[in-house]
Design a protein around this ligand. Structure first.
Ligand code: DQA
Length: 138
């Protein structure tokens, strides 16, 4: 099985960005541990701070992998374009968030992606990605 993780803006700063919310681990470190945990899954990972690039990555991934794990970060709450991209591809997308967005500011309660996602996992720290992976593997 091939799974691609697509991370949105500012997630390249994990490890130093608001560690009280997002933890102290870099995504690269966590990604390595995920690969070790799931050796049978062919996992790839991309990150972009640019909305249009995330849309292009979703379209590209739809032709290349069996499932997508998407943390669109702040664009989750603003991007009709990313929501449309998720709606427009057949490959299942699991939306993830590191933090519990419902326990934060009201603007984070809105997602333009959830309606089109296979499911949503949030609030479990980086472990949210592992739970999303497990949902594809079951
Ligand atoms: C986030 C939650 C978003 O509200 C925020 O803008 C992020 C990260 C999360 O993973 O908890 O950048 O998607």
């Amino acid at each position: 099985m091939k799974i691609r993780i697509i991370n949105g803006p500012n997630l390249n700063l994990l490890g130093t960005r608001q560690p009280e919310i997002y933890g102290g681990q870099t995504f690269e470190e966590y990604f390595t541990s995920l690969q070790e945990k799931h050796p049978s899954i062919e996992m790839t990972y991309v990150q972009s701070n640019v909305e249009g690039e995330i849309i292009t990555e979703l379209q590209k991934a739809s032709a290349e992998v069996d499932g997508i794990i998407l943390n669109a970060a702040a664009y989750t709450h603003t991007s009709v374009g990313i929501g449309d991209a998720v709606a427009g591809i057949d490959t299942p997308v699991v939306e993830v968030h590191i933090s519990n967005t419902f326990d934060r500011e009201a603007f984070r309660h809105q997602s333009y992606i959830s309606k089109y996602a296979k499911g949503v996992i949030l609030g479990f720290g980086l472990e949210s990605y592992n739970l999303a992976l497990m949902s594809f593997n079951s």
